[in-house]
Structures are given as C-alpha cells and as structure tokens.
Design a protein around this ligand. Sequence first.
Ligand SMILES: *Cc1c(COP(=O)(O)O)cnc(C)c1O
Length: 394
Amino acid sequence: MTTEELIALSDNNIMDTYRRFPIVLVKGSGAKVWDSDGKEYLDFVAGIAVCSLGHSHPAVVEAIKKQAEILTHVSNLYYIKPQIGLAGLLVENSFADKVFFCNSGAEANEAAIKLARKYAHENMDRKYEIITMEESFHGRTLATVTATGQEKFQKGFAPLPEGFKYVPFNDLPALESAITDKTCGIMVEPIQAEGGIRIPDDHYLQGVRKICDDMGLLLILDEIQTGMGRTGTLFAYENYGVEPDIMTLAKAMGNGFPVGAMLATDKIASAFVPGNHASTFGGNPLAMAAGLAVMDALLNDGVLENCEKLGAYFLERLDELRKDHSIIKEVRGKGLLIGMELSVEGDDIVKECMNRGVLINCTCGNILRFVPPLIITEEDIDRVVGVLDEVMGD
Ligand SMILES: *Cc1c(COP(=O)(O)O)cnc(C)c1O
C-alpha cells in the first residue's frame, strides 16, 4: 500500500480526534524514526515526552520480550511479581509509601481525584472541592477534563462533574482566596506542559505546599509529563523543595508501553480499601516489566545527568537563536522540557522542520515544544538548532 492509500484508509476508518501530519511512521531507533517512504527524522517529540530512553531501547525491548514469554497478564486478584518490584523502586525513590498502577495519565489523575475525595469524605468533613490551575492539562476523561483549566477541552461535554475550580498558575493570593469550606485539595503540574511550558516562579510550589499545610489540604502533583527524568531529576518536585501528598505518573513510565501510576503517602492511601478502585490491566506483568527496565535505565545509565547537561546546552543554543530571530519571544524550560514562545503561529515552522527531517511539536498555537529522548547528543541538538535557524527567517 502506498502512503497515500494508508492515509486515506486511516481517515476512512479512524475517528477524527487528531489533526495528523501526512506521514506514516513505521520504525524507530534511539532519537530517530522513519516513515513509510523510508525518510529519516530526528524525533524531538518522542511520542510527546514518552520515549525518553529513545525508540526501541534494547533493555526495554528485551524486558518486554522476556516477560511476554513468561506471563503477559493475570488479574490483580493475585500477587504479581514485577508489580512488586516496580512499586518497591517507586516507593524507594520518591516521597510515596504506596502505589496504584493503571494504564494512562487520565486514569492516574482519575485515581488521584477519587483518592482525594475518599480521604476527604472520611477525614475532612466530606469536603470534595479540588482547586486546579488555568491553562492546566490533566486528561480527557470527564473528571480529568473538568480538572483541566481550559474551556476549549470542555466545550460540548456538559454536564461536567462538580467540585472543581480554577485559579491562575503562579498566583498564590488567588489560590488562597479561592479556598472554601468545601476545598479538600489543590492539583497542579510542577511545570505546565500542554499549557505552554510554564515554569513556576521561585518558591511558588513551596507557597502552594505551605497553603496546603496551613489549611489542611491535600497537594496533588500531576507529574505525568514532568516525572520520570524529564526535568533532570527523577521527579520535578525534587527541583523545587516540596513533596506532594499524591502524585501521578504515566507518559515516560514504560518508554512507550502504556503504564500509569498514582502514588501517595500511607496516611492518604489508607482511604482506599478493596472494592474502592480497580483496573483490569493496571500493573499487569508486561507493563511492569517495561516499567522496571525504564526505572533501571533512569537510575543506573546516567540518563538524568545527560538530561540535565544537554537540557542546559539546548536552552542556551535556543536562546542564542532568539537574538537572531525577532519572532522568538522567549525560551524557557527545565531539563529537556523546553518551550519557545513565538509572536506568530508555530504550525508552518513545525511543517518546515518536518520537511527537513526534524520532528518538533507546537502547543497553544504559538509555543514550540521540545521534548526529545533524554539520551540525545549535542550533535542532535546542533542539527535541530540549525534547522530552526534556517526555517525561522529574520
Ligand atoms: C499527557 C498528560 C495527561 C494525560 O495523559 P493520557 O495518558 O493522555 O491520559 C495528564 N496530565 C499531564 C500533565 C499530561 O501531560
């Protein structure tokens, strides 16, 4: 089948939920992917911050192959060995005491919202309201799209679940004055990713933590995009001197294999007892084997160090570019979660980069987002910066 035929068939049979670029990606290795016509691309999208170890990472491939041959799936009605292993590693390397496994980011946030409500129902006088941020992104299920502080994602889906309200990010006074006698928690991304790579001001997250402590509220950190090494530490909260009560993970957890998790302290997690929440596939042996291989690489292969070092280099190179191109308003980021705000729409630049064999993403219409695999080299960055320089005009 030709690429045109594949695209026609896709448009015919698959629901129209994505505006897709007209290429079919068929193969990947490290920071590179290839399309159905054999064209090579340097991939600075990485499945949107998912393939952090690079495509087809040998250790992850091997772990999935091996586990598939031993045991692919059993129910959570039984104990699952690789699940015990991955939970142990997550608990050992985070603030958390307990983990709940699921299959995606939205599911992890659903679990976090349910746990917060259940805990509050029993211990906080039945409070239920969760404050989230404007321009946040927490997922596409009804509860998580309601937690998402962006009207454009909610339009047409009313009635939405009750119990959410929004305040501007980086605004502690607004947050404080939004708290009511119904508020049980605050949910926030350490860095707003989909919302345009918005970095917290110094001490903002510490301020949020303090408000939670003073008012007896739960702090829920959505680390679905920032977690698993993306910002140069295993979890982004480590950069900001705060610890949450509940944290959610997904995206890079399985390097492409669908895995999500919701983590909490013992105190909060104790609100869940058998029957309160569940997932058929959550924590299944195959997903856990992938997750274990990812954690092993993150902790032992120098991935975090490379992310921090190359993130700083990339940010510096992009900022140099800003001096030569008036359409670049600002460059900002942490580790390899980097945004470039333009004074124009970013679509054409993304397309021109693609034509030249470089995949990048654009969010919010005018913010180029760079979330490459954490294993990239200076050479990869130089290539991307060179292509950007070429396509950006004056
Ligand atoms: C991607 C993302 C989600 C949603 O994850 P899905 O796996 O697409 O459901 C939620 N929160 C943040 C911060 C994300 O980046």
